[in-house]
Write a protein that binds this ligand. Structure first.
Ligand code: SF4
Length: 217
């Protein structure tokens, strides 16, 4: 499929302009490390952006590195990242992941998909975001917004985010692999919302087949 990707991404960028970035992108835009991006992405799962940002900053104000996080108890990490969703489970995963990074990777987050997904609490979505935002390695992070919008528009037909990632890899120029997540997350929160998207003011409506959209504004 040949789509005017440069125009689509240009329209999204112009429309979103100075809109707030998703929380992990905001953390990535400051002087930060791949480890911070990894941890804040783990905190962000099923958690609102404002909560993710505040919880990440609270944790990093106490511990910055894998070794420093290992030195905290899981209870203390849970306390710092509360009220992020599943904060107790995440605290255990963050501590164990930090321990393994110290033990198996000399304290450095591995810049490798297979090594990242071998860490507890790290799936493809998190790993791809860390590769893209943390290391500048071309990777497509497919979360619920990217999956929904790519299917609605008819760019791909897929049943789950992993399939969406594979299909986007076939059609999307590599230059857009990293930015697609940041743009579609922000667009999905603001315009192409899960229920009743704002199609009447959508800047990419001409490239959208509105598949499965029954109600819109
Ligand atoms: S036209 Fe509607 S469904 Fe398609 S991308 Fe825009 S807001 Fe989403």
């Amino acid at each position: 499929m040949s789509l005017p990707w440069a125009r689509i991404f240009g329209s999204l960028r112009s429309h979103l302009g100075s809109s707030p970035l998703p929380s992990v992108s905001r953390i990535a835009s400051t002087n930060t490390t791949p480890f911070h991006i990894l941890v804040s992405t783990m905190i962000s799962l099923r958690t609102k952006d404002e909560v993710t940002l505040a919880a990440s900053l609270r944790l990093f104000s106490v511990a910055q590195t894998p070794a420093e996080i290992c030195a905290l108890s899981a209870d203390r990490i849970a306390e710092l990242i509360y009220p992020a969703g599943f904060y107790r489970t995440k605290a255990t995963s963050i501590r164990e992941t930090s321990r393994l990074i110290v033990k198996q990777h000399a304290g450095q987050v591995p810049a490798d998909l297979d090594a990242l997904v071998a860490l507890p609490g790290v799936g493809r979505k998190t790993a791809n975001l860390v590769l893209g935002l943390g290391f500048g390695i071309e990777a497509i992070c497919v979360d619920t917004h990217v999956h929904r919008i790519a299917n609605r528009c008819g760019w791909v037909t897929s049943r789950n985010p992993d399939e969406t990632e594979r299909k986007l890899q076939e059609i999307l120029p590599r230059a857009h692999w990293i930015e697609i997540n940041e743009l579609l997350v922000a667009y999905g929160q603001k315009v192409c919302t899960p229920i009743s998207p704002r199609c009447s003011s959508c800047v990419i409506a001409r490239q959208c087949r509105r598949i499965g959209v029954e109600r819109s504004r």
